[in-house]
Design a protein around this ligand. Sequence first.
Ligand SMILES: [Zn+2]
Length: 327
Amino acid sequence: MNCKGCYIESKQDYCLSCRKKLFNKQKVNAVLNFDAPKDATLQVFQEHSKRLSISGVQLKYSLKLHGNQLELCEKGGAYILKPIPVARQLYELNAAPENEHLTMQIAEQIFNINTVTNGLIYFKDGQPAYITKRFDVINDGRKFLQEDFAQLLSRSKQTHGDTFKYEGNYEEIGNLIKRYVAASMPALEKFFKLIVFNYVISNGDAHLKNFSLIRNENGEYQLTPAYDLMSKVLHSPDESDTALSLYDGDIDSKFYQHYGFYGKPDFIEFAKRLGIVEKRAEKILFEFIDKKNDAVFKLINQSFLPDDVKQKFVNNYSEKVRRLLIK
Ligand SMILES: [Zn+2]
């Protein structure tokens, strides 16, 4: 069978390397000893989720590892569990946990993007869930200060209304990275790469709260590992390509005006505004063009998505790469 963390052939639910990264080497079963939340248990789950200081519309549960068992908890949870979301007007929701897991694995394994540790796991009743290890909690329970870019830009429901997470552009995030992160150029290149990744993977929901800085023990700010990455287009086909504009006025570019979507010249201009030299930006963009398609398709194929969803994933990905190839 394939490892529920990284997809390699494994005799166990999670291979040794994933067990080390995810579960402190413990032989954790890929089936939890409790059911997915529904009716009677929903209240209990929601009470747990209320305590979790990570925002988002999806219900998220806090888990801790006790021996080799994962248990629900209110405090000190080292894991976040995301079951199938409950939402109307969205498609293929049963595939959402694996979509997120696969997208995170493509980011990490193929594009070397620093991501939160993650895997797929199942409730007792067979429903899948996405599990991720919290990066802001260290073993002794201490928490690092994490601030997302809605907080850093002082945008909230009170100041900018219900759509506050979408009020801004990626250049503004870049400007704050320049201001707060000491080694800002490597961080800006990582950020740029992540924006391009979100574009090719069709994640049109990478809003202000999906990027964060974390303050380490020395009081220095760094970009957090990437989180909440998924090919959102599978669930909402009419969504725009990106949650935020690249920069103010980007849709007036010659390329956008001609094609109606972003292409290579737009990303090069965006990189320039971040202060990334063109050669470096070209190199990063080149990683997404053509060279790695086979590796991406292989991982999609190994994933636990249903075959028809795999095909859609491949089609969406191919279309975005095609756009980047337009001269
Ligand atoms: Zn593995």
